[in-house]
Design a protein around this ligand. Structure first.
Ligand SMILES: C[S@@+](CC[C@H](N)C(=O)[O-])C[C@H]1O[C@@H](n2cnc3c(N)ncnc32)[C@H](O)[C@@H]1O
Length: 251
């Protein structure tokens, strides 16, 4: 059996009881550690789960999927994913290939960044398309995040921006950098969709005890220090007055 286990957002204790029971009985445990970041080390996970963990970087996960799936033919294999297995990540490939090869797969859900942002106070069902802001050196002049924001705004919807990261190299795009990238696109487009007065919300380490949420004008949030990663950014669309009151709590 192949188990795709969401391990939550913060630390070793965020795994569900069901997930932990499964991990403990598995013959092999992999951790996908390149699409997000926990607030603990993988050694902390090993200690709490009482299991040896093999780190699966992008290469292992994307090209070594066959190996993991063939191991799961006659063993119990857990593939751990930070957050939730299918939320804002591309793990449908491993699920699909396992199914096609006749390997049984079970998914253990957990909290995700896509639900943890509920704390900010904007209704989750009023978010439009989620978008990612890549490091400029990877994709220069990419306008997609701005265009997605524009489309969402046209419909009055909120926008969640996920920020690029290379956890193995300890590189994490900061909220300040993300705001600068959006401002640069705005300056080229001159649509005045993002100005110094635009209300934005920066979030760091959601789901952990020392999370940080800061809402306010672009020009003020731009100067804020958010501490350790991971980070995301939200720009509200049309807000109900209750949403406005909630967002103001993070001023
Ligand atoms: C590709 S998504 C992975 C999502 C993960 N599977 C989940 O369900 O949460 C990773 C991005 O989400 C954002 N993110 C993830 N966890 C976060 C957290 N705890 N606080 C703030 N942003 C977070 C960051 O922008 C990060 O680059």
């Amino acid at each position: 059996m192949l188990y795709l286990v969401g391990i939550g957002l913060a630390d070793e204790k965020d795994i569900t009881v069901k997930g932990l029971e499964i991990v403990r009985k598995c013959d092999k445990v992999y951790l996908e550690n390149y699409t997000s970041k926990l607030q603990c080390s993988y050694e902390d996970l090993e200690r709490f789960y009482m299991k040896k963990i093999t780190l699966a970087n992008r290469e292992t996960s994307e090209q070594g999927v066959d190996k993991i799936i063939s191991e799961a033919k006659d063993k119990d294999v857990a593939f751990l994913i930070i957050g939730d297995p299918f939320s804002a990540t591309t793990h449908s490939m491993i699920f699909k290939e396992a199914k096609e090869k006749g390997v049984k797969v079970q998914v253990i859900n957990n909290a995700s960044i896509l639900t943890a942002i509920g704390k900010v106070g904007l209704e989750l069902y009023k978010y439009g398309k989620t978008t990612s802001i890549p490091f400029p050196e990877n994709i220069a002049n990419l306008e997609t995040p701005y265009l997605v924001y524009q489309q969402n705004l046209d419909m009055g919807l909120h926008t969640l921006f996920l920020l690029d990261l290379h956890p193995q190299e300890r590189e994490f795009m900061t909220i300040n950098e993300a705001l600068d990238i959006l401002k640069k696109i705005e300056e080229e487009k001159e649509n005045e969709l993002i100005t110094d007065e635009t209300i934005v919300i920066g979030c760091a380490r959601l789901g952990s005890e020392d999370f940080k949420i800061k809402s306010g004008k672009f020009k003020d949030v731009r100067l804020e220090d958010f501490g350790y990663p991971p980070y995301c950014l939200i720009i509200p669309g049309k807000m109900h007055f209750v949403e406005e009151e909630m967002v103001d709590l993070w001023n």
